[in-house]
Write a protein that binds this ligand. Structure first.
Ligand SMILES: [Fe+2]
Ligand SMILES: [Fe+2]
Length: 385
């Protein structure tokens, strides 16, 4: 059988304690369309919100389970450290820093990560987010047809001791940014970064289970004692969009990620079709991996399994997509329930907090869980985000 190669991420699912606040943050502040409001099919009393580009294309989808009573999750082995969303240019990134700062969301950066430039902040539940520029790309320090073959030591100008921290802090767009202008449009998942205590084992797993390829082997630029490796859909010529998974190495660490508010629940990779998904399931079973049966998630079909360090992974089909039960030009306006829950609609709606379906523009005072600066530097949780 031909090797199975994912084209990249389908979606990422995170945990929110208050759906209305999450909506205000992602739709009104970050400008991401809500493409579906539904409930958690495994727990229909709770919202499941989906954001994405206008149609919710795979690779742009951010979803949230609402767990009103969830305690704060924690970083650790087998967890996701942060999610990075793409933006076209450094200038647009500076506009984001201004817009977020003015909304009282603490932002750090922009940091030169070499392959892209990064700013960091948190959503109201404490999920760490990054906005990363599209370029300059992974071929700045090794040829595009030979990425990931050798260890790259970052230049000292990109490490804490060589950085102009005061200049980085002071960089700010000169004008207020009350609207998300077209040049600022967030372009879906740029990369997702997790934490592992065995990066070699992770490498073998992501290559053989998902067909991802190593595209950069470097060091954590906030803690150069530890590794930072990048994988992606890569054919030797280019890197697929929305496909970069990176891992921080915490060698010997035993602190495991704890599910909860502000933590990623799982990440999903793409299968082009139901047939490919089934072939993939067989492939994973053949590797001795436990895999769930195919689950009907209505807008896609899913299988679930775990990476060796415990991270929950999903493979989701590209179709049928979010226009299945709504007009594609007005996605996300009304609570959608699958047929098997429709007769319970009244009770379900009564139990959910109403969402503001106005045209946005509601001023958002972010209830951020603390300045990002408090996270960085104090211990190895900081990491090269
Ligand atoms: Fe999922
Ligand atoms: Fe990052």
């Amino acid at each position: 059988m031909a090797p199975i190669i994912t084209r990249g991420f389908h979606h990422i699912t995170m945990v929110s304690t208050r759906a209305p606040r999450t909506l205000a943050f992602y739709r009104d502040l970050l400008g991401l369309p809500l493409v579906k409001q539904t409930v958690n099919f495994d727990d229909p009393g709770a919202y499941h919100l989906y954001f994405g580009d206008e149609t919710g294309r795979p690779g742009t989808i951010l979803t949230f389970f609402e767990w009103p009573h969830a305690r704060r999750g924690a970083w650790g082995v087998g967890g996701i450290h942060h999610l990075a969303l793409g933006v076209e240019s450094p200038e647009a990134q500076l506009k984001w820093k201004r817009r977020l700062t003015d909304a009282r969301v603490p932002v750090s950066g922009p940091y030169d990560r070499g392959y892209f430039q990064s700013v960091y902040f948190q959503d109201p539940d404490g999920q760490v987010l990054e906005i990363a520029t599209k370029g300059p790309g992974y071929d700045i320090d090794e040829p595009m047809d030979a990425l990931g073959r050798k260890l790259i030591i970052p230049p000292s100008s990109r490490l804490p001791e060589g950085r102009d921290e005061a200049g980085i802090r002071a960089a700010l767009y000169p004008e207020p940014v009350p609207e998300v202008t077209p040049d600022m449009k967030l372009q879906g998942i740029h990369h997702i970064t997790g934490i592992t205590n065995d990066i070699t084992r992770a490498h073998e797993f992501y290559e053989s289970a998902l067909g991802l390829r190593l595209v950069k082997k470097t060091l954590n630029q906030d803690d150069a004692t530890a590794g930072h490796w990048f994988w992606a859909h890569y054919d030797g010529k280019e890197i697929g969009p929305h496909s970069a998974l990176t891992l921080f190495e915490w060698p010997g660490a035993t602190q495991r990620a704890r599910a909860g508010a502000g933590q990623t629940h799982h990440i999903a990779f793409r299968a082009a079709s139901a047939e490919e998904q089934l072939a993939w399931r067989d492939h994973l079973l053949g590797m001795g991996i436990q895999v769930s049966p195919v689950m009907d998630r209505r807008y896609f079909q899913s299988i679930y399994f775990q990476a060796p360090d415990g991270l929950l992974l999903e493979i989701a089909t590209d179709g049928p997509g979010f226009a299945l039960d709504e007009d594609p030009v007005s996605l996300g306006r009304r609570l959608q329930l699958p047929p098997w829950l429709e007769d319970r609609r009244q009770g379900i709606e009564a139990g959910l907090a109403p969402l503001d379906m106005g045209e946005g523009g509601v001023p958002v005072v972010a209830e951020s869980a603390g300045a990002i600066g408090e996270l960085a530097g104090s211990d190895r949780l900081g990491g090269d985000r």
